[in-house]
Ligand binder design. Structure first.
Ligand code: PLP
Length: 424
């Protein structure tokens, strides 16, 4: 008889220990929001509004770019960057097969076609070789994603781009502060697009996004597009003349104000988070059949999401399909109080919005499908810099479950495999 919580045993992660909230809200965050409310400048276009320009200059300085424009969301950031580059109907944009749907939706909103390329098995980011194979005569841009908080291999991606003179737009929605060869994400392509969604590493109270660039021209184009295509001038009354087909993708000063107080703590939180996560990964690395996230020596990981891959053969579960092992671990670990989840159920090219019904994703994107089959993630709770005790308890939970791999195998066999690329 096993002492697993799934069968009524005591949880490895006591209730309360494992639930760590994100974002962290301090009095200064509330004061920032109330400062906007009581100041009465409730939109970014109000005369004398300072929160949006303040956030923009602070984020540009942090990333190391000349310019930053704040917008309504990370998705709006992607769309405006693509629009400012002139991406439109007839164009193709290469996107990794594993990402959040917004990466590909932004391309579609421009009337362009997302062309998917497979990922690397260890970084989970766009594979430069698959990218090279996906580039064709209609390719107009490349949109790598620094997935989970780890920068993509931008040097190799840049070589493919340069050979064809293609712009590279970074989807940095998950990678605030991550460094690649001495430069921060957002400063590695023609434009960097960030999200301020409360689930991200730099959160605000609602929706928001940031576009960084070193190009004054691109920055100007984005600024025009976010406010109805109008040119707003500092010393001139607004004329409400749309110069181009713009949107209302402005950020609210309330969200900008709270992003600023969070930004003041971003570095400190990142450092404090690091120790707890290192401890967790060191303990999991000892267990047979788990691959913890890999960080190449030329970059840093800001740990937006932690993804663990499982290898049944190394767990003594030869012949058990890996998706069945993953399903069993999902149930058993969650019962123990380890909040593992699936980040993305299917490859982007298998999502109905992007596909002529495509049942061949498994063949065309083998690495993405393998990763989705054989891995589970930790999201959000580890972001709190005080999550150290929770992470230690999660490690205890994994260790306990690994003492019962025979039970994992039995449950896995009874659950059975999931078709590759299918949602479960
Ligand atoms: C969250 C996210 C987005 C979208 O950002 P929103 O602010 O939610 O619109 C885009 N790409 C990736 C990789 C994301 O994780």
């Amino acid at each position: 008889v096993s002492d697993l919580a799934l069968f009524g045993g005591a949880r490895a992660v006591p209730r309360g220990v494992g639930s760590v909230s994100w974002p962290v809200l301090l009095p200064e965050d509330e004061q920032a929001v109330f400062r906007v409310l009581s100041g009465g400048r409730l939109v970014s276009t109000a005369d004398g509004e300072v929160e949006v320009p303040g956030l923009e200059s602070e984020w540009a300085a942090y990333v190391g770019t000349a310019h930053c424009a704040a917008v309504a969301s990370g998705t709006a950031a992607l769309q405006l960057a693509l629009a400012a580059l002139g991406i439109g109907p007839g164009d193709e944009v290469v996107v990794p097969a594993l990402s959040m749907n917004a990466t590909a939706l932004a391309v579609m909103h421009q009337g362009a076609v997302p062309v998917f390329a497979d990922i690397e098995p260890d970084t989970f980011c766009l594979d430069p070789a698959a990218l090279a194979a996906a580039v064709g005569p209609r390719t107009a841009a490349i949109l790598p994603v620094h997935l989970h908080g780890l920068p993509a291999d931008m040097a190799a991606i840049g070589r493919v781009a340069d050979a064809r003179g293609l712009p590279v737009v970074e989807d940095a929605a998950q990678s605030h502060g991550a460094v690649y060869r001495g430069r921060r994400t957002g400063d590695l392509g023609i434009a960097g697009c960030f999200s301020l969604h409360p689930s991200k590493n730099l959160p605000t109270c609602g929706e928001g996004g940031l576009i960084t660039t070193s190009s004054a021209e691109l920055d100007g184009a984005v600024r025009r597009l976010r406010v109805f295509g109008e040119d707003l001038m500092a010393n001139r009354a607004r004329d409400y003349v749309a110069q181009v087909r713009g949107w209302n993708h402005k950020i609210s000063p309330i969200q900008a104000a709270m992003a600023r107080t969070q930004l003041a703590r971003l570095g400190e939180y990142g450092e404090r988070r690091e120790a707890g996560i290192r401890h967790l990964l060191d303990r999991l690395r000892e267990l047979p059949g788990i691959r913890v996230p890999h960080v190449p020596a030329d970059r840093s990981h800001v740990w937006h999401i932690l993804r663990f891959r499982f290898i049944p053969e190394e767990m003594g579960l030869d012949g058990v399909p890996v998706s069945a092992v993953r399903r069993a671990l999902h149930r058993i670990l969650r019962a123990e109080g380890v909040p593992v989840s699936r980040y993305q159920q299917v490859p982007l090219p298998a999502q109905p919005a992007f596909a002529v019904p495509d049942t061949t994703a498994g063949e065309r994107f083998p690495v993405t499908c393998a990763v989705l089959d054989d891995s589970l993630c930790l999201q959000r709770r580890h972001l709190n810099p005080g999550s150290g005790p929770a992470l230690r308890a999660y490690a205890d939970g994994f260790v306990k479950v690994w003492e019962h791999l025979d039970v994992v195998g039995r449950i896995a066999r009874s659950l059975g495999p999931v078709p590759t690329g299918a949602a479960t």
